[in-house]
Design a binder for this molecule. Structure first.
Ligand code: AMP
Length: 560
């Protein structure tokens, strides 16, 4: 250990813990009149937000919630969810943001595993909750969240209805200091194998993540997505990595915030228009849904900046959004990483290039944000050069990465093998620091001796005018090990078969952008591609569907 100079603090010097309460305190002092909006139902200003957080803290404390307890929330995106994201951790408890799109069995598993003691349930999920209530092992009390006039529901051990309880509670609460390394939030990864794993973040990590996101998105000029005059609306659910941490950022900066409840593309367009939203974030499939909405057809979305992450952003979607006036910026992260790791950034060299080159970099995963270290390693754990060519597993360090999986030390140790967080993504790094995600390790297609990126193939296929949506997976093949298989949703009035797709891909093979083995010899034409609970392509489900279609020689299939 280096013998550095460490000076003990002066007597009485305040040791400032990085706590979530500081974020709430910051935002409310910039613009007292900025609003928090929930659909067409509620709007109030920051002083009211602070007051309601204090009221909720009083309600929870009176109900018996103690520091260290886990309090779960089952809700769509709402102002109440935002209040919970503050009040629960601010009293030293842990908020479990339940992924309401998981199956009831998985929800039950996560609630028991997280040891939830209290649950706030939106009236829409009362039926779901009743179905699993008998098997919940740790829950003691429930609280009802509702927009309807009916202020009660058949919930076991119901404490009462949120608004009624808040109205009766004191608007003041003295939030104590405590250790910044206390766990503040938890949620479960939607892993494709085995049970979901519990990821958790501390106050310190969330405060640093908030600072990191605001710097990446607010201070780096080629990105510049977020300033205090922006109007924020999430389109990534609050249960998916706390809406990527943006509600904390928006609150710290005192932005106007718009919460849309359950996502309905037509209503999202209406809210965007009415509330003059300028900043959002979502996964590509949700953006596609939004662009397909009826209300979007004759709308110019000029001025709307959207961060796209969670899956690769392909060029066709980038261009479709641009044609509608939307400025897209790709970002990369995962549940385990807070999530923000990197954001598309164009340096002077790239800015001086052609528009085509700039787009190539705007859709890549981008450059690691401040404080994030990224490297790529081979299967033996050796570091590979950042030459834009060498492919290896992306590994990370940052002060806000989850430090393990809740109650699963073995899986946590695997995640952190060698002192770096293993992402499970294959990537290249170039000399400008740009991360290019090539594929998930388990989704790379190994055909003959070649490795083919399913993401590359999806990107090239999506450029065909007939293709509305595409997913590519590797399917076992006795001769080649695996063969690429493409699942397509076709635009109305268009047609395409395996042969036409081959013609479309051939020029890319000739240009050396694609291996000739990457051309699928079989495709399926479907009306919808299966998605995961957070709207990503569900490649596990897709593989199952394909093997069923192949076994029954389904009419969906088109073969070369
Ligand atoms: P999740 O933990 O469900 O948020 O999923 C994280 C995974 O999404 C990452 O490990 C990547 O495989 C994928 N992902 C996220 N952002 C991007 C991106 N910009 N490009 C490609 N893949 C991405």
């Amino acid at each position: 250990m280096l013998q550095t100079r460490v000076i003990p603090p002066a007597e009485g010097a305040y040791q400032y813990p990085l706590l979530i309460k500081r974020l709430l305190m910051s935002g409310s002092r910039y613009e007292k009149t900025r609003e928090i909006v929930y659909r067409d139902q509620v709007r109030y200003t920051y002083p009211t937000l602070s007051e309601r957080v204090a009221r909720l803290a009083n309600v929870l404390t009176a109900a018996g919630v103690k520091a260290g307890d886990t309090v779960a929330v089952m809700d769509w995106d709402s102002h109440r969810y935002l209040e919970c994201m503050f009040a629960i951790p601010m009293i030293g408890a842990v908020i479990h943001t339940i992924n309401v799109r998981l199956s009831p069995e998985q929800i039950l598993y996560t609630m028991n595993h997280a040891e939830d003691r209290f649950v706030l349930v939106n009236s829409e999920f009362v039926g779901l909750y009743q179905a699993i209530a008998g098997n919940l092992s740790t829950v003691e009390k429930t609280l009802l969240l509702t927009d309807t006039a009916e202020k009660t529901a058949e919930l076991p051990n119901l404490l009462g209805e949120y608004e009624t309880l808040l109205a009766a509670a004191s608007p003041e609460y003295d939030f104590e200091d405590f250790d910044e390394n206390s766990v503040a939030t938890t949620f479960y990864t939607t892993g494709t194998t085995g049970n979901p794993k519990g990821v958790y973040f501390t106050h310190r990590q969330l405060v640093l993540h908030t600072m990191g996101v605001s710097t990446s998105m607010g201070a780096i000029d080629s990105v510049r997505l977020l300033g205090t005059n922006d109007v924020y609306m999430p389109i990534t659910p609050m249960f998916h990595v706390h809406a990527w941490g943006l509600p904390y950022v928006a609150t710290m900066l005192g932005l106007k915030q718009v919460y849309p409840g359950r996502y309905d593309p037509e209503y999202l367009v209406e809210l965007w228009r009415r509330e003059k939203v300028t900043f959002s974030h979502c996964v590509p499939t949700i953006l596609q849904m939004l662009l397909n909405a009826k209300a979007a057809q004759d709308t110019d979305f000029g001025g709307w900046k959207i961060v796209i992450g969670g899956s690769a952003l392909n060029r066709a979607l980038y261009e479709a959004a641009k044609a509608k006036g939307i400025q897209l910026t790709a970002a990369y992260g995962m549940s385990e990483t807070g999530p923000l790791v990197s954001c598309a950034h164009l340096n002077d060299e790239l800015m001086a290039g052609t528009e085509d080159e700039r787009i190539t970099y705007r859709i890549k995963a981008g450059v690691p944000g401040p404080l994030v270290e990224a490297a790529i390693i081979d299967a033996e754990g050796n570091f590979l050069p950042a030459d834009g060519e060498s492919q290896g597993e992306l590994v990370l360090r940052a002060p806000w990465l989850t430090e393990g999986y809740f109650n699963e030390p073995q899986k946590g140790a695997e995640l952190w093998h060698g002192g770096w967080l293993h992402t499970g993504d294959v990537a290249t790094l170039d000399s400008m620091g740009v991360i290019d995600i090539r594929d998930r390790i388990k989704d790379v297609i190994k055909t003959g001796g070649e490795w083919i990126s399913s993401l590359d193939l999806e990107d090239l296929i999506s450029r065909h005018a007939a293709v509305r949506e595409v997913a590519v997976v590797g399917i076992a093949d006795p001769q080649w090990g695996e063969r690429p298989f493409a699942l397509l949703v076709i635009r109305e009035g268009h047609q395409i078969g395996a042969r036409e797709l081959k013609e479309h891909l051939k020029p890319f093979v000739e240009l050396g952008h694609l291996s000739k083995w990457a051309i699928p010899s079989q495709i399926a034409l479907v009306t919808e591609i299966p998605k995961t609970s957070v709207g990503k392509l569900d490649k596990k489900r897709i593989r199952i569907d394909i093997s069923e279609w192949q076994a029954t020689n389904s009419t969906f299939l088109s073969t070369l």
